[in-house]
Ligand binder design. Structure first.
Ligand code: MG
Length: 618
């Protein structure tokens, strides 16, 4: 029954799509190209059915692989193969934060939104299970994956039409359903999601193409849909931010892979212009991406690099200036300076943990363009090649990231400090915060972000993790900062930094951090200005037990890797336990000890609190 239903709807959709789409696909191809001679000839004779078959033969024989991805020998994890099998039952892998995957109905409901987290609805339209279905087909030879992919691909087109909203025609056509359709367009056709599909469908196309069931009719539907995607993006690029970067890089990929479209050179030209402009607008001169989020920074570096390597991979002479290449290298240098010896990054802002395998794969790819970078080679080879840097501590003063370290090995102590300018959406009001990593343990992991956005209950969860007080910095009456624009007052490459931020009107927080060779971190907080109230110096520790003895806090890890934190001041201090959580990945949170050292500021007289964090061993 299911097969019959599937067959009928696929056929119906195919007929509709073929009739509507075939003419336009041929119009959009560069039929003057010698490679498409047979297609052009059949089309000129009015035999579009033959032209479509010729086009399919052409794609099957043209033999262009996507750089960095071998569709003839795909690698699939067990997880990906599970997603492919679950997709056959319409249980779609949408988001790692929402597992097990939800069932979207025998008759797929692309508007199903079981938890009102925007990411869950947006990312459904990324079709993350499609490429795994292609891999499952290549590895098993079973075309059931391709047939189901074709069915879902067409089902998605039919149920998520690209309609231009906010015009009279739309209001008339969708009378009574205007709100519902608008909402769906907002999710299904958000430019970031469109760009995701544009790039991923290249892989899907390469993987599925050899299947017998991939016929000329489907090719027409595919190319028609694909063209509309890129064409839509061209006119709806995001205004700014990381979304714009992703969109441009993915349009560049589309222009290189589907070079048969007449518009491909224009797509390429526009995408390269955006990337060239944005690398200057979004990356400060010290190499910091302006969202001040180590994860997005890393991904932006990958993206700028990918655009470079894509052009090279397709045999295009590099169209990027040398300054572009140098900026990519600076971005890479920030990431690897921040990196802890266990291949993890601080989870400031909306950052979350990145798998070590992702780092290794990325570092290996980067060494191809930057072979002279010895530390990159060291990281890529896990220490078997390359060499360690000549420096230890490093400052990125424009973006406001400072790394204090006493070594590079697994026995090192590394302190990542954050205190930069006002930043874009992913940044949090956390100036002056730090993480302290030592001998394999991050003793002060950032709270992370937990979720991004959605209805009120989701936003409330996001807000908890964004609060200033859940960061390792200083607040007035536990309030969020009103201003986040730190100034660098002093930097010492031996491992010391002093930053100042006017966190609230009349409340200037000057924080000095110094890391000694033995791993002791001394933090001096000076609060000046007219504002009065309760000053709180916040400490959010790694999950585990602690003991509190007057103004000294100790961690109690069984492995003997422990610290002791002591605060002192001329003013009376007290300690208050606080709620503590850290979220290493989306939708995962771990309870952890947290406390504030508090003092009353009753006048404009500066208040000084000094905290010493030292290693204690067993
Ligand atoms: Mg944070």
């Amino acid at each position: 029954m299911k097969i019959l239903k599937y067959f009928i709807s696929a056929l119906a959709l195919a007929l509709v799509s073929f009739a509507a789409g075939a003419q336009t696909v041929f119009d959009r191809l560069d039929l003057d190209s010698p490679a498409l001679e047979k297609v052009a000839s059949a089309h000129k004779r009015g035999d579009d059915s033959l032209a479509a078959r010729e086009l399919l033969d052409y794609f099957r024989s043209r033999g262009v692989e996507y750089p960095g991805f071998d569709s003839n020998a795909p690698k699939a994890s067990q997880e990906e193969l599970r997603w492919a099998d679950e997709a056959l039952e319409h249980r779609f892998f949408v988001h790692k934060g929402y597992q097990p995957s939800y069932f979207y109905g025998d008759d797929i409901d692309w508007t199903y939104w079981p938890v009102k987290d925007n990411e869950l609805r947006w990312q459904l339209h990324r079709h993350k299970w499609f490429a795994p279905m292609g891999k499952a087909y290549r590895l098993s030879g079973d075309e059931k994956y391709v047939r189901e992919w074709m069915f879902q691909y067409r089902d998605w087109i039919a149920k998520n039409p690209l309609v231009l909203i906010d015009n009279e025609e739309f209001e008339i056509k969708y009378q009574g359903r205007v709100g519902e359709v608008k909402e769906n367009v907002r999710f299904a056709w958000r430019p970031l999601e469109v760009s995701h599909r544009v790039e991923d469908q290249i892989r899907q196309f390469a993987l599925m193409l050899p299947a017998q069931c991939f016929d000329a009719d489907f090719l027409m539907d595919f190319l028609d849909n694909y063209y509309r995607h890129v064409d839509y993006l061209q006119a709806h690029y995001s205004e700014k931010g990381n979304h714009l970067l992703f969109e441009a890089q993915r349009v560049l990929a589309a222009s290189l892979f589907f070079k048969e479209f007449k518009d491909a050179p224009k797509w390429r030209e526009d995408a390269i212009a955006i990337l060239n402009k944005e690398i200057q607008a979004q990356v400060y001169e010290d190499g910091t991406h302006f969202e001040l989020d180590p994860h997005y920074h890393f991904e932006a570096a990958i993206l700028f690099y990918k655009a470079l390597s894509l052009c090279e991979g397709f045999g295009q002479l590099s169209v990027f200036p040398q300054s572009y290449v140098q900026t990519v290298h600076k971005m890479i240098q920030l990431s690897y300076n921040q990196l802890y010896p266990d291949y993890s990054l601080p989870i400031f802002s909306d950052c979350r943990m990145i798998e070590k395998s992702h780092f290794l794969e990325t570092f290996r790819s980067w060494t191809k363009v930057f072979p002279e970078d010895e530390y990159l080679e060291y990281l890529a080879s896990e220490g078997s090649g390359g060499s360690l840097p000549s420096w230890k501590s490093k400052a990125f003063p424009v973006g406001g990231f400072y790394i204090l370290r006493n070594g590079w090995g697994s026995d090192a102590t590394v302190v990542n400090v954050k205190g930069g300018p006002e930043a874009f959406w992913h940044c949090q009001p956390d100036n002056g915060t730090f993480e302290y990593w030592s001998e394999g343990r991050n003793f002060f992991p950032d709270s992370g972000s937990f979720v991004y956005g959605g209805d009120a209950s989701i936003l409330e969860q996001r807000e908890w993790f964004r609060q200033t007080r859940v960061h390792n910095t200083v607040t007035l009456d536990d309030r969020n900062f009103e201003k986040t624009d730190s100034r660098l007052l002093r930097w010492k490459k031996s491992g010391a930094v002093t930053l100042s931020n006017e966190s609230y009107p009349g409340f200037v927080h000057t924080r000095s951090l110094r890391l000694s060779k033995n791993g002791t971190l001394t933090i001096k907080d000076v609060i000046s200005g007219e504002a009065t109230g309760e000053v709180g110096v916040h400490f959010n520790l790694a999950p585990g037990e602690i003991s509190i003895d007057a103004l000294t806090v100790r961690t109690l890890f069984d492995d003997g890797n422990n610290i002791e934190i002591t605060s002192r001041s001329k003013a009376p201090l007290s300690i208050r336990k606080e709620e503590g959580w850290t979220s290493p990945v989306y939708k995962t949170k771990i309870e952890r000890p947290a406390y504030a050292v508090t003092a009353q500021k009753t006048s404009s007289k500066p208040l000084t609190i000094v905290t010493v964090i030292k290693k204690t061993g067993k």
